[in-house]
Write a protein that binds this ligand. Structure first.
Ligand SMILES: NC(=O)c1ccc[n+]([C@@H]2O[C@H](COP(=O)([O-])OP(=O)(O)OC[C@H]3O[C@@H](n4cnc5c(N)ncnc54)[C@H](OP(=O)(O)O)[C@@H]3O)[C@@H](O)[C@H]2O)c1
Length: 334
């Protein structure tokens, strides 16, 4: 029986599993131009939280509606098709929903995939999917890094953060990760390869920690968190610093915090730039080939936490939002 996870309540503040419900769905039917995917892997992405709140919706996406399957990036296999570009057997990734089957027409970030036999399929929703694209575009295209740069990454233990840290380290940068727990900080230095990790648990005063660990100033601040963390980082910039605004997870469940250190951008001749990975779709094939090669030659490692079955999706999303997962958070479907 097809199943989906729908938005049961618009989350208020900290998201909870009870904001979602698992429901049975009818077997989908298709008309000309459409195809059905049997979904294999769901990507849990923090950014979608922003469109779950009541009244959400902006120039990028419409707000999610109660009773509707929750929007997500999903990898599936075409099992029935009335679209010649997507014959049966094609692997596809698309922005669809937390559901076991989807009806698609090839729009909305939909693209056929040719997963390599020697790499895990789930990696195509992680390092080789939107996460990897976001990390690569944010770091190389927006950050314009140089070897020897000091690169500070917030939410360093998450999906995007673990990839950015490794790309920066491999280029020769000094890497500093910001995270929640001391335990996660240890994992970031021991397993992911950050030079230094600062945890909110061991170092509640980020100003003191940055003064201690980055006395020369930050060349690239890759920001996934926003708010007070971004403001603090702005007070520790090196000249000609680049601030890559990738996300603002600290603001998705709370009232926005003021950023007051903007004068620092002037005196440090710094550049702050936001981006959306989806604007760079023309670069994806090239970046994908590079990231596949990095995984094969082990200059990049995929870190993920997998949950099994559609019923686990709400828990997986809440765990990811609240720092209880490490690396990329995925749901693998039967
Ligand atoms: N611009 C784009 O195109 C694009 C594309 C994809 C994702 N993003 C953004 O990239 C960021 C990371 O996304 P992701 O999907 O890879 O998620 P993720 O980093 O895997 O998971 C989120 C992590 O954020 C940290 N966090 C949660 N609440 C926090 C808070 N209040 N203060 C500080 N840190 C907090 C937690 O890690 P710790 O335990 O380490 O604190 C949590 O594990 C998000 O902001 C997302 O919106 C942007």
């Amino acid at each position: 029986m097809p199943k989906a996870v729908v938005l049961h309540k618009h989350p208020q503040g900290s998201i909870q599993e009870s904001d979602f419900a698992v429901v049975d769905m009818p077997m989908p039917q298709i008309k000309d131009g459409f195809f059905i995917t049997h979904n294999r892997v769901i990507s849990l992405d923090a950014g979608f939280r922003a469109w779950m709140s009541a009244g959400a919706g902006d120039n990028y996406l419409q707000g999610m509606q109660l009773g509707e399957p929750v929007q997500s990036i999903v990898l599936g296999e075409v099992i029935e098709s009335a679209n010649e570009l997507y014959p049966v057997g094609t692997m596809v990734n698309a922005r669809t929903a937390w559901e076991t089957y989807s009806v698609l027409d090839g729009s909305d970030l939909c693209a056929p995939l040719q997963p390599a036999d020697d790499l895990p399929l789930a990696e195509y929703m992680a390092t080789l999917g939107p996460t990897g694209m976001t990390a690569w575009i944010g770091f190389f295209t927006i950050g314009q890094p140089k070897p020897d740069d000091v690169v500070v990454v917030s939410a360093a233990g998450g999906a995007v953060g673990t990839v950015v840290g490794q790309l920066a380290k491999h280029l020769g940068c000094r890497t500093v990760g910001l995270t929640s727990s001391a335990d996660k900080a240890q994992w970031l230095t021991d397993s992911v390869g950050f030079d230094v990790a600062i945890s909110r648990e061991a170092d509640p005063d980020l100003t003191l920690a940055l003064r201690r660990e980055v006395p020369e100033g930050i060349d690239i601040f890759f920001d996934n968190v926003g708010g007070a963390v971004l403001n603090e980082a702005m007070g520790h910039l090196a000249e000609n610093a680049r601030l890559v605004l990738c996300g603002a997870i600290s603001q998705y469940e709370a009232h926005p915090e003021a950023v007051t250190n903007c004068w620092e951008l002037v005196t440090k001749r710094a550049r702050m730039e936001g981006f959306m990975f989806s604007d760079y779709a023309h670069q994806f094939p090239e970046i994908l080939a590079e990231l596949e090669q990095r995984l094969r030659n082990e200059t990049l490692r995929g870190f993920d936490q997998q949950y099994l079955g559609i019923e686990q999706t709400a828990q997986a999303f809440c765990d990811m939002m609240h720092g209880r997962s490490r690396g990329k958070c995925l749901v693998v479907l039967e």
